[in-house]
Design a binder for this molecule. Sequence first.
Ligand code: NAI
Length: 328
Amino acid sequence: MRVAVFSSKPYDQESLTRANAAFRHELHFFEAALNLQTCSLAENAEAVCVFVHDQIDAHLLCCLAGRGVKVVALRCAGFNNVDLPAAREVGIDVVRVPAYSPYAVAEHAVAMMLTLNRHTHRAYNRVREGNFALNGLLGFDMNGKTVGIVGTGRIGTVLARIMIGFGCTVLAYDLYPNDECKALGVRYVPLDELLPQSDIISLHCPLSEETRHLIDSKAIGKMKRGAMLINTGRGALIDTSAVIAALKSGHIGALGLDVYEQEENLFFEDHSEEIIQDDVLERLMTFPNVLVTAHQGFFTREAIDAIAKITLNNLKQVEAAEPCPNQL
Ligand code: NAI
């Protein structure tokens, strides 16, 4: 199949090219995002392949259909950026990668917890400047602490397993408790119980109308004073302004964000030569107890190889008119 691959960074091009040895699609890579200005690049392509920040709305879908595009292949799990009813209307199939490596994201959440707890982000700079003092670097034993996991699907379950390995008590909140977690010793409780009991809270549920701003000022008020909050889910699970207020008052003791409500125009690109206009994000950067990473939870060799393989296989199945379990 002839595929126009948008928002493709060198690492995407490498993993897709490697995986394509087994599929032999005709891949055309573009670093540009897919939008009305760039959709002419999809000329003669039967499929476009896109990532999380490409906004595939009704107007764009019409243009793609007009150019003969038959498939939109998402290189990610989330599909909130695609207008699915509009895709159906113009006869474009949409496929995605529902799971690739839950370990990648769960392990990144752990990396954020340990960094914030033991202040390794600050120690790294201090030691390089010849400052070997320990003042301000005091951490706590993870062993014996209570970790609250919101959303125990694929990623939340892996995190529960790791946290139990650390000797933590794990509480969880999920609409659909799973047996694997229960067997591990995870205790399911309502969110109102998880919030005040947890020393660390980690978010792993999807973003929906129900979960938007799940952590707002009311929820923060229920949290233990000084608790650590980790978000590797989606930015809008958190009301960022409320979190900033709680960081200022000390109610939140540490914050790790791999995702951010307004990340779309910043993350995945180098803006180091520009003046960043996002005052909320810039305020977050001023706190010594805040760690922000740019949506890199998924970014392991294993995960991007799996994304490439599953994406190309989705395209193969659609091309052969075989049933594709990853079709939306
Ligand atoms: P999953 O679908 O396996 O698990 C999600 C869990 O959340 C399910 O158990 C579901 O029952 C639960 N849930 C749904 N609505 C809920 C609610 N209102 N309250 C509590 N629980 C609720 O998803 P998976 O693979 O574990 O991914 C979780 C999230 O992680 C994704 O939705 C995505 O937003 C995020 N993600 C982030 C990445 C990153 O690079 N930072 C990469 C991949 C996913």
